[in-house]
Design a protein around this ligand. Structure first.
Ligand SMILES: [Fe+2]
Length: 201
């Protein structure tokens, strides 16, 4: 699982005029920086896999922009014979919620949620998932920003809701946990990238 494998798939499913493919590229840039820093800190991690998952996390947006885009992306990659590349499609949607929490706080059926979580291999949330989540929370459209800016924008676009608040809390909690693992603030690694945009690409 490498960016070399993921990029042609992203390119083949990028409709003209859509910004989400460049959003994916920016999320991958942040995820790569965080994965490499984690590796340097001694974490057992595969930066190429993290980057590949990030590049494809929103590929379901080629099918739908609704709440099902995560699952649609996973199914798309599964149909291509590459379900292992679709982990980020699912994890950027669940964002670290357990299956029980998803069942409680979403309108999806319990059987559907069980199917979604059964697709995760390995099943448990891990540090690579946290890195993708933090990276996704660091890119507003195609601009790399602070977690605070990204979540303020989400709240203004979608309105305040329990789902959006929980998404923000999870991102900040994952950032705090990763900072402890790294021995320095995640912000120190992402800050030099703040303001980078692919809007004109
Ligand atoms: Fe995203």
């Amino acid at each position: 699982m490498t960016p070399k494998e993921a990029l042609p798939i992203l390119e083949a499913h990028s409709p003209p005029g859509e910004t989400w493919p460049n959003h994916c590229r920016q999320v991958a840039k942040v995820a790569k920086a965080l994965a490499l820093a984690s590796q340097e800190a001694g974490v057992n991690i595969n930066p190429l896999r993290v980057e590949a998952h990030a590049l494809l996390h929103d590929i379901g947006r080629s099918k739908t922009h609704g709440p099902m885009h995560g699952w649609s992306g996973y199914i798309l990659l599964k149909k291509l014979g590459k379900p292992e590349l679709g982990r980020g499609c699912i994890t950027h949607w669940t964002k670290g919620r357990t299956a029980a929490e998803m069942a409680r706080n979403s309108s999806f059926s319990t059987s559907f949620i069980q199917k979604v979580y059964a697709a995760l291999d390995p099943p448990d949330w891990n540090i690579e998932d946290s890195i993708l989540s933090i990276a996704d929370s660091s890119v507003m459209h195609t601009t790399i920003v602070s977690l605070k800016t990204r979540h303020t924008d989400l709240e203004s676009r979608y309105g305040k809701s329990d789902w959006i608040t929980r998404t923000k809390d999870l991102a900040f909690s994952q950032e705090s946990s990763l900072s402890k693992v790294l021995g320095r603030p995640v912000e120190d690694i992402v800050k030099p990238l703040h303001g980078h945009s692919l809007d004109d690409a």
